[in-house]
Design a protein around this ligand. Structure first.
Ligand SMILES: [Zn+2]
Length: 88
């Protein structure tokens, strides 16, 4: 197996070294509630708009997946603050 690099710090991960795979899936969630009162949506207009978007763009809006390789140090750093929140 070829050595690979940590996607965060670019450290070389040699064959047999411990490393981590980070997969992030971001997808649109829907709670089933359509708020008609607050939604000033012209459905016909929205459908027409959606039709004019390229399909892969719409897909990206609904689902996005990231796949990274991390060295143990970067895994620790990532897990300590996965949402990159300000440290208080
Ligand atoms: Zn790293």
């Amino acid at each position: 197996m070829l050595s690979q690099k940590c996607n965060r710090c670019t450290k070389i991960i040699d064959p047999g070294d411990l490393f981590y795979r980070l997969t992030i899936k971001v997808f649109a969630e829907f709670d089933g509630i359509i708020n008609i009162k607050s939604a000033k949506i012209n459905l016909k207009e929205e459908i027409e708009k959606a039709k004019s978007y390229p399909e892969d763009l719409i897909e990206e809006e609904v689902y996005k997946e990231f796949d990274f390789v991390l060295c143990p140090r970067c895994k620790e750093i990532y897990c300590a603050n996965p949402l990159y929140l300000p440290l208080g």
